[in-house]
Design a protein around this ligand. Structure first.
Ligand code: G3I
Length: 297
């Protein structure tokens, strides 16, 4: 499965009101198809990194409906049947105690039922795509994950089309949610009938990480994978990149890096071997990875 780190984001695919730039997303989808891989489309709407034409717009409520509906319809229908999963909404719940939905220019414009609207529009554009709410810090059992649970439960009760929750898991090896708790959280979401995807796993280490830290990192990678494998409805385990050569961490978190399973020279790290070992007994359960290509599973 491939995930687009940036190509589907509104700033990348729809940088000005009258212009779509599909090249990056097209390239990624074509690569996935050539290699028998599925695609997670990340993400239709996010409170951060919106282009000025959205951030600074002064549309009427009717215009907001029209603009966001048009964006979702254009992007989702272009990749209908080719992008199997969409992160429709990314990180909509605030970190503060209230756990309220974040306020943005566009969500205020769409009104209090904006969550229901955007999922409905995505579903209308591709009824077969599975639609996800994706967030960070809501992986274990905590106030934020309670809030995510309440949000998606409410959507299901209102018959809003939502099919899954994405748990990002951007972590530092020093402070992580307990894997048993992550499993419990996955289980409660599964009991609602939802799928869960681990969507953005990476575990950053200080620049001068010790060998012990790489071992801890490996144990954690394995533990989260096992938490996912333990629950049938946890159907994808996606890392936010695979090589430390191309990772968002060093440029966003000064002094940290080494977050992925291959190092910057593409050498396997302990985390690579840890997840390989955890997958070995499961290999018969893995979907026919590589079908349609010459790759080695
Ligand atoms: O190459 C571009 C260039 O074309 C563009 O015009 C220019 C202006 O911004 O800079 C370059 O784009 C950068 C892009 O990454 C590609 O490298 C952006 O500045 C930079 O902001 C962008 O950062 C991404 C960030 O989201 C914001 O979109 C990171 O790569 C990406 O890893 C990060 O991903 C997020 C998830 O979407 C949501 N969860 C958290 C995760 C990490 O922050």
């Amino acid at each position: 499965m491939l995930v687009s780190e940036n190509a589907f984001k509104l700033w990348a695919i729809h940088p000005t009101a009258d212009r779509y730039t599909f090249e990056g997303a097209d390239t990624l989808v074509e690569f996935a198809e050539a290699h028998g891989m599925k695609v997670r489309g990340h993400t239709l709407l996010w409170y951060r990194y919106m282009p000025d034409w959205i951030e600074k717009a002064t549309f009427s409520p009717e215009q907001w409906d029209q603009v966001i509906h048009e964006h979702i319809t254009t992007v989702v229908s272009r990749y209908k049947g080719r992008v199997q999963y969409w992160d429709v909404l990314n990180e909509a719940i605030s970190d503060g105690g209230s756990g309220a939905l974040r306020q943005t220019n566009w969500s205020d414009g769409l009104g209090p039922d904006f969550v229901d609207k955007v999922f409905t529009w995505a579903h209308e554009a591709d009824p077969d795509a599975l639609l996800f709410y994706n967030d960070y810090g809501a992986e274990g059992m905590n106030r934020k994950s309670d809030r995510v649970y309440a949000l998606v439960k409410g959507m299901l009760e209102r018959n809003v089309p939502i099919h899954g929750v994405g748990l990002q898991l951007h972590l530092t090896e020093a402070g992580v949610p307990r894997p048993e708790e992550v499993q419990r959280n996955i289980e409660r979401l599964a009991e609602l009938g939802l799928q869960v995807h681990i969507t953005e796993l990476d575990i950053r280490l200080p620049d001068r990480a010790s060998a012990d830290m790489f071992e801890t990192q490996a144990r954690l990678y394995r533990a989260y994978l096992e938490a996912c494998l333990a629950v049938e409805n946890c159907t994808a385990f996606v890392m936010w990149g695979f090589t430390d050569r191309y990772s968002w961490i060093p440029s966003f978190q000064a002094g940290f890096g080494h977050a992925l399973i291959f190092d910057a020279a593409y050498r396997q790290k302990p985390a690579y071997f840890a997840i390989r070992d955890a997958l070995a007994p499961q290999s018969s359960k893995l979907q026919d990875f590589g079908a349609g290509c010459n790759c080695t599973p």
